[in-house]
Design a protein around this ligand. Structure first.
Ligand code: SF4
Ligand code: SF4
Length: 299
């Protein structure tokens, strides 16, 4: 039988967000949405790839000679991914760490061993592990095995999902999670397709189902200027949240750090040219939800 693996592109330790206590965030590579405002554009493709951080490059170009496939374009600071086979010769040759592999296939056992270094912090703070991305639900077997391993140690687990998963495949796995963060981006189907590349029928159905089953779900709404924060959008979210009888939601303010990451992977995503979400507008929206009897979780 093939060994189960999943591509992980980052592990962030000692986070005080994304769940109770001190947490380790595990970021999976690959996503089935393409949100216009994605803050992790390097996470969207499933396959690991070499990123080129031009701001670190001292222009000595030592790594050019190292590439056996002539896959690096010196002038454009670009990697031709059609030629690159991830041999990592350039990564090893670059003294400035200007080239870095994003994503590494790991087994559940390998990841779990790495997470166990943080076990004392989980124990002392009531913390645990949060699976994020990208979209972690692309890897049901992997997450299922991780949940079994964490369960044996009594480690709290959470997941952050855009909600596009198959409910039948995921049902037994969802039952093992301590907390499910579920994104509600846009309720209007046409506008959702335009902003994310996919309709939201499955997402809304999965949201209803989680609530019906009494699973520990918290909904999160991204605030992106002109994409998710129009009055109609906020009213739609309010109606949906009330239909689900939820008293609280999270608001996630857009920040523009993702834009600088598009270049490192030759990304085709257009930059939105937006600033980090305005703090006054955030407060207005928070108050507006409050006037609708919907509270905002403290971040
Ligand atoms: S990973 Fe290998 S093939 Fe790809 S750009 Fe670097 S040296 Fe060339
Ligand atoms: S769901 Fe998240 S990771 Fe996927 S494209 Fe949207 S913002 Fe990016």
């Amino acid at each position: 039988m093939d060994q189960v693996t999943a591509p992980i592109f980052d592990i962030q330790r000692f986070s005080l967000h994304d769940g109770p206590g001190i947490r380790t965030l595990v970021f999976f590579k690959g996503c089935n949405l393409h949100c216009a405002w994605c803050q992790n554009p390097e996470s969207q493709d499933v396959e690991p790839l070499v990123a080129f951080y031009t701001d670190r490059c001292n222009r000595s170009f030592d790594f050019l000679k190292a590439c056996p496939r002539e896959a690096i374009n010196r002038d454009g600071f670009r990697i031709d991914y059609a030629k690159c086979d991830n041999c990592l010769a350039c990564v090893e040759a670059c003294s400035q760490n200007a080239l870095r592999l994003i994503g590494e296939h790991m087994t559940p056992e390998h990841l779990f061993t790495s997470l166990m270094a943080d076990l004392p912090y989980y124990r002392s703070s009531g913390g645990g592990v949060t699976f994020s991305g990208g979209e972690p639900t692309l890897y049901p077997k992997f997450i299922d095995q991780m949940l079994n391993l964490c369960g044996e140690e009594g480690i709290h687990t959470a997941i952050e999902t855009c909600g596009t998963y198959s409910p039948d495949r995921w049902q037994p796995i969802l039952n093992k999670l301590g907390l499910i963060y579920f994104d509600l981006k846009i309720i209007d189907s046409e506008r959702h397709i335009k902003a994310t590349g996919r309709d939201n029928k499955q997402i809304l159905s999965n949201a209803r189902r989680l609530v019906e089953q009494g699973l520990p779900v918290e909904f999160r709404v991204p605030l992106v200027d002109g994409y998710t924060d129009n009055h109609e959008d906020l009213q739609d979210i309010t109606n949906f949240v009330k239909e689900l009888k939820q008293s609280h939601i999270h608001l996630l303010s857009y920040h523009n750090m993702g834009e600088s990451k598009i270049d490192i992977i030759n990304g085709s995503q257009n930059t939105l040219g937006l600033k980090t979400y305005d703090a006054c507008r955030y407060r207005e929206i928070k108050e507006w939800f409050s006037s609708q009897d919907i509270k905002i979780f403290d971040e």
